[in-house]
Every structure is written in C-alpha cells, then in structure tokens.
Design a protein around this ligand. Structure first.
Ligand code: SAM
Length: 236
C-alpha cells in the first residue's frame, strides 16, 4: 500500500505537529492526517474522533488499509468531548466552519489551559473565529495560507492571553515584517475586495442602522488598504 497523500491544507498541519506529540484529529472523516503522521514516524499513536459513525467507519477503513488500526483510537462524539483533558497535546480541527470550531473549543474548558496546541483550519467565518479566539482566552501563535482550489488558512492557537486584534487583523490575521508567505498579498487583495463589496452594498441605504454599519465597514476598508500597502512595501 502506497503511503497516504495529503492535500496542502492537511499537509500544512502535518508539518507543524511536533515529533512524538499526543495527537488527536477532531472531525477526522477519512483519518488521512493521523495515518500520514503515523506513517511518517512523527507520532507513536493517535486519536481519531468524529461526530458521525459514517466518517468514523471511513477512518477505520483507511487505518485498516494502512495496517495502522492498532495505533489509532477511534472515538465517536461531539468535538473534544470524546477526549480526556490530558490525552492530547496537539489537536487538529480541520475542514469545518469557523463557528463550529469556536463552539468545539468553547465547550471544552480545558482547551484554553495552554498545554495543548490546536491546528485550526476553518472553511468559512475565518474573521469570526479569530475574534472568538482572542476574546476567549486563546493566543494565535501562527497562521499559514495554503492553496488548494482556493486559499485556506491554518491557524495555530493555544490557551493564553493575546493583545486584542484590530478589525483588519480579525479580517486577515496579524502581519509582521519577518513573515514570509507567497499568498499573503493575494489574500489581502481578496479580503479587501470582499470588504469593499460589502461596503458598496450598504452605501445606498438611507437607514440609520445601515449607515452606522457602513461607517464600520469604511473603517475596515481603510485599515485593510493600509495593511496591504505595508505588506507591499515590506516585499520590496
Ligand atoms: C469536511 S470533513 C473534514 C475532514 C478532515 N478533517 C479534513 O479537513 O479533510 C468534516 C468532518 O467533521 C465532522 N464534524 C462536524 N462537526 C463535528 C463536531 N462537532 N465534532 C466532531 N466532528 C465533527 C463531520 O462529521 C465530518 O466528518
């Protein structure tokens, strides 16, 4: 059997998992991530959890095909509930909406304790997830952009206190001069266009509520433009 192949999204997570980690994959579905980590000798064993029996049985099939059934503990359940607090120090929650990821973290009080690294890969609502993280006792340690059919973000977070994010940082993540990312310029342009379109949609409304919202969106657009200019200047 050829080793399992990962998509760029999951590969970005796999490369970050520390050697010898106690790893759990929440919403594992096909269990490719734990199987890859085991096949590459990065972890001794893994927990593969999913809310539904169907995906979990797919996970069991992948493990069986790769002769790794004995090294994966399969757990059925919602979010982090099938895990004990001390069982994992590296947890992936990938391929779900940002709001689902936030609710999974919020439902496990131990998660913000600081000893566990979380690799979060939201498919939607990324700004909402960033906002939720800094407001709910998590520090964003790193972000990586990867390209598949489109750009995706992998957020590495752990429990702790972080400086509040500005609206533009919630929208696009923090940036600094030392960052290297081949996709950041494109990501900033894409997110700026999205914010501009939202602002245009509000522009012609005479309702006071929409005018107040438009003011906030204008602030965001202007901050995003500055962020993009700063990024371009750093790349020269
Ligand atoms: C699109 S798949 C992602 C599979 C894999 N993690 C990836 O990124 O390719 C999403 C999986 O998350 C599971 N899921 C959704 N909500 C969940 C929850 N609250 N707890 C555990 N698993 C969940 C679904 O059953 C499904 O198998």
């Amino acid at each position: 059997m050829r080793p399992v192949e990962l998509s760029p999204r999951l590969l970005a997570i796999a490369h970050q998992v520390p050697m010898g980690a106690h790893f759990a994959d929440i919403g594992t579905d096909h269990a490719r991530l734990p199987v890859w980590l085991l096949e590459h000798g990065r972890i001794p064993s893994a927990i593969a959890a999913d809310l539904k029996e169907g995906p979990l049985s797919r996970a069991r099939q992948t493990a069986a095909r790769h002769d790794l059934t004995e090294r994966i503990s399969f757990r059925l359940g919602d979010g982090l509930t099938p895990l004990g607090p001390e069982e994992a120090d590296a947890v992936a929650i990938a391929g779900m909406g940002g709001e689902t990821i936030a609710s999974i973290l919020g439902n496990a009080p131990w998660a913000s304790g600081g000893t566990c690294l979380f690799y979060l890969q939201p498919m939607t609502s990324v700004p909402d997830l960033r906002r939720w993280l800094w407001r709910n006792g998590f520090v964003i340690e790193r972000e990586e952009l990867v390209r598949e059919d489109k750009l995706y973000v992998v957020i590495t977070a752990r429990g702790g206190e972080m400086a509040p994010l500005t609206p533009a940082e919630e929208w696009c993540g923090k940036q600094d001069r030392d960052m290297t990312s081949p996709y950041r310029g494109e990501y900033l342009s894409m997110m700026l266009s999205r914010a501009e379109r939202a602002l245009e949609g509000l522009g012609c409304s005479a309702r006071l509520k929409d005018q107040e919202r438009a003011k906030r969106w204008r602030g965001l657009v202007s901050e995003l433009k500055q962020m993009k200019e700063e990024w371009i200047a750093w790349q020269r």
